[in-house]
Design a binder for this molecule. Structure first.
Ligand SMILES: NC(=O)c1ccc[n+]([C@@H]2O[C@H](COP(=O)([O-])OP(=O)(O)OC[C@H]3O[C@@H](n4cnc5c(N)ncnc54)[C@H](O)[C@@H]3O)[C@@H](O)[C@H]2O)c1
Length: 252
């Protein structure tokens, strides 16, 4: 029960890492606001949380819409009494539309930024005052190994938005440390989730696994485990930090 008496909001909790974290956080005692634009997926996550013996509130919304993020936070506080964990997980990877700067339209650039960068802005803007009221808390941002290295297959808007998570993390960590609010960023490597599924087949999975020192793709649980540590008081002296969870890929 590493998150006993805590309430979390997880964006993009309908599928992938967000769903896995919702279930794991609930198993560890947290109440979870499951926020996702996909109602079917979000409702299913909420059911899985309840089936695991936890408490979930599903709120449908788009992280790029400020009013919808604020509503989710308000409803979470109303339902669970407080919020202690902001897990900014929702993100999109659109390899067909987000390419090199020389091939990306302004519209597609802006769409990716709206979800992957403005989403965390809205979540922290409206969530931090609630963390303050609760006496402190933990913010988890999701970057990517693509924020740490240039990718040959460019997705420049995605990469820039993920790179910005590093700066936002440090800024929030410094600003709110005195309020007992910590902020850290996780950089996942190649994780086998619905986000990557359109770009993978068995041969590609094998080829990618072969490039990773630990010789397998990551799972949603690999990232949820890291997030659990950052959400819990076990990481209480850790803020402004980057956690790379990638099977050793960036160490090469
Ligand atoms: N999978 C990877 O290999 C990988 C690697 C590095 C970083 N990441 C990052 O990890 C995070 C989670 O990725 P995942 O692989 O679990 O993704 P996923 O696509 O499997 O799940 C993402 C969830 O976010 C939701 N979502 C998408 N846009 C949204 C929006 N505008 N508002 C609300 N919800 C929205 C989707 O409906 C979905 O339920 C993302 O930020 C992603 O960029 C993923």
């Amino acid at each position: 029960m590493r998150l006993k008496d805590k309430a979390a909001i997880i964006t993009g909790a309908g599928l992938g890492m967000g769903r896995e974290a919702s279930i794991l956080f609930a198993q560890e005692g947290a109440k979870v606001v499951v926020f996702d634009m996909n109602a079917e997926a979000g409702q299913e996550t909420a059911k899985l949380v309840e089936a695991a013996g936890g408490k979930a509130l599903f709120v449908q919304g788009d992280v790029s819409k400020e009013a919808e993020v604020k509503t989710a936070i308000d409803e979470g506080v109303k339902t669970f009494g407080a919020l202690h964990i902001l897990y900014s997980n929702a993100g999109v990877l659109w390899k067909d539309r987000d390419k090199s700067v020389i091939d990306t339209t302004e519209e597609n650039w802006d769409l990716v930024q709206a979800i992957n960068l403005k989403g965390p802005f809205f979540l922290t803007k409206h969530g931090i005052p609630e963390l303050k009221k609760a006496g402190g808390g933990s913010i988890i941002l999701v970057g990517s190994i693509s924020a740490l290295a240039g990718f040959t297959l460019a997705q420049d808007s995605y990469t820039c938005a993920k790179g910005a998570m590093i700066s936002l993390c440090k800024s929030l960590a410094i600003q709110f440390a005195a309020d007992q609010i910590r902020c850290n960023v996780i950089h996942p490597g190649f994780i086998d989730t619905p986000l990557q599924a359109p770009y993978l087949n068995d041969d590609k999975r094998k080829a990618i696994a072969n490039e990773i020192p630990i010789k397998r793709l990551g799972t949603a649980r690999d990232i949820a485990n890291a997030a659990l540590f950052l959400a819990s008081d076990e990481s209480s002296w850790m803020t402004g930090a980057e956690m790379i969870v990638d099977g050793g890929f960036m160490a090469m």
